[in-house]
Ligand binder design. Structure first.
Ligand code: BG6
Length: 503
């Protein structure tokens, strides 16, 4: 149940969002996994909270043949299985009323421009005024042809917006080509490149933490911060996505986008305001300042057989669809430097991987030690440096580690944690990232989407990291499933006299 502001005064002023203008949302890839697991449940959550436009329609489009009825039935099952809210027939009926389906080019039953005709019909029936949001939940290879199709249909009547799923290209050249194609017919303000991490509450909270509080910004720099650690750890494997993952690997799947966006938000300068251009101008400066790490500052790994949550799981090479001698990495760690005045010489240790010990995304800001501990009787190692830990997921919240006097007649210092947990501070459950992002795109707010220049900077770095990988074949597998990655990842930080946090 959603708490009201009367029940919980902390909710006062929250969730006050304008409703988008009437529109039709076209989902390319409507029969796929993402639509079922994320998009439809997110739309349902928006419907429950009365955040969708009053005049609204959803047009599913995919290659499989399906009737409108079949589509509605599949989407209903998806909502019942994956939505965060209890199923309510009345909400569903209202949403389903505006749902249609069309088969995409490539299918035998496709007649010319059936999508165009259906959209005209839906616009008339639902009075959606020719406003169209196209969601591209399709593999990269299918995007260009669909973009051309949408461009050809773009009319003077109503607005057109494009939401494009990751991966956006597979390297710098392909991302540039896709950006160039988009620029031919669309303005940047019409293009919404998704990185769903930006839709996560805790990721946005990084902006609130840094720029809504006066106390952090003065110490948010190389003078006070020893280093930063960012971990995007998953305990799951590749979950049947071998065809995609074999070409992507951890570097392109998560490092290129989610991880680098977390680095950008942690390191960026305060924007002058919160418009999409100001925020993204600051993020892209960070991405541009990232120094390409040399081979010694990058570690890659691949999991072998092991145990996760007490269960034996296969190694990556044993997963279905994966080649037995594949060189694809399922883990990457790197030491990055942001070459600017604020961060010079402050390492950002980052890592991501599949089949790690547990699911956990954290940003740890480790401050420098107190310069002079005046307590003679306290062992130096008991005085640990302060750490501000941002729990992106799970157990969303923040925690500040400080040294405190343990009760007793002597002086003994222990590290204690001041915690803020979303679950207890706010009663409203956290929205899923896709709820926020779909709503923002309908409202035309691109702040939480990746701009063309950001994507290209991200790929430039990834291409530079991957270039030497062509030449040597690592001895894979080099970590057991259920551990924290290969030993060389530990060496990467130990060499600097530091260690990864085990939270
Ligand atoms: C996706 C990756 O972008 O993010 C997946 O393709 C990964 O491989 C997923 O599992 C992680 O997202 P989340 O929200 O579960 O942390």
């Amino acid at each position: 149940m959603t708490a009201t502001a009367a029940e919980n005064p902390l909710l006062e002023g929250l969730n006050v969002r304008p409703r988008p203008e009437p529109c039709t949302l076209v989902i390319f890839g409507a029969s796929g996994d993402l639509t079922q697991r994320k998009l439809m449940p997110a739309l349902y959550a928006l419907a429950v909270r009365h955040l969708l436009p009053e005049r609204f329609a959803i047009v599913g489009a995919a290659r499989s043949d399906m009737s409108d009825e079949d589509f509605r039935e599949r989407m209903k099952e998806a909502v019942q299985e994956f939505a965060r809210d209890d199923f309510r027939q009345d909400v569903w009926d209202t949403l389903a009323e505006g749902m249609r389906y069309t088969t995409l080019v490539g299918s035998e039953n496709q007649d010319e421009d059936s999508l165009g005709r259906l959209l005209d019909e839906v616009d008339r029936e639902r009075a959606t005024e020719g406003n169209h949001v196209y969601y591209f939940a399709v593999p990269p290879a299918a995007i260009a042809a669909l973009v051309r199709e949408v461009a050809a249909r773009k009319s003077e009547k109503g607005w057109t917006r494009l939401i494009i799923e990751k991966p956006f290209g597979h390297d710098l050249d392909s991302a540039r080509a896709l950006n160039a194609l988009l620029r031919e017919r669309f303005d940047e303000s019409e293009v919404f490149r998704i990185d769903h991490y930006l839709g996560k509450e805790t990721v946005q909270n990084m902006l609130a933490l840094r720029f809504a509080n006066g106390i952090f910004e003065p110490i948010w720099n190389r003078q006070f911060i020893d280093h930063v650690q960012i971990t995007v750890a998953e305990s799951i494997g590749i979950e049947g996505r071998a065809a995609f993952y074999e070409h992507a690997g951890a570097l392109r799947d998560v490092f290129q986008n989610h991880l680098l966006q977390l680095v950008a938000l942690t390191a960026m300068e305060p924007p002058i305001d919160f418009t999409s251009e100001s925020v993204r101008n600051e993020k892209v400066k960070v991405l541009r300042s990232l120094h390409t790490p040399g081979p010694k500052s990058v570690v890659r790994g691949q999991y072998g057989r092991g145990f996760v949550d007490g269960e034996e799981v296969p190694g990556y090479r044993e997963e279905e669809g994966v080649s037995r001698d594949t060189g694809t990495e399922t883990f990457v760690a790197a030491k990055l430097y942001v070459d600017n005045w604020r961060w010079a010489d402050t390492p950002f240790y980052v890592r991501t991987g599949k089949r790690l010990a547990r699911r956990e995304t954290t940003i740890a800001i480790q401050f420098k030690r107190a310069p002079h501990p005046p307590f003679e009787e306290v062992a130096a190692e008991a005085l640990r440096p302060n750490v501000l830990l941002i729990h992106v997921q799970p157990n969303e919240g923040m925690s500040l580690a400080i040294g405190a006097k343990a009760p007793g007649l002597g002086l003994s210092i222990r590290t204690v944690h001041m915690d803020f947990l979303y679950g207890s501070a706010f009663r409203e459950g956290l929205p899923e990232a896709y709820e926020r992002l779909i709503l923002d795109a309908m409202l035309g707010d691109a702040t939480l989407f990746t701009r063309a220049d950001e994507i290209e900077e991200q790929w430039a770095l990834v291409d530079a990291i991957a270039a030497p990988w062509q030449r040597d074949r690592p001895a894979f597998p080099n970590y057991a499933a259920g551990t924290w990655g290969p030993p060389s990842a530990d060496d990467l930080v130990h060499r600097d006299g530091r260690s990864w946090r085990r939270h």
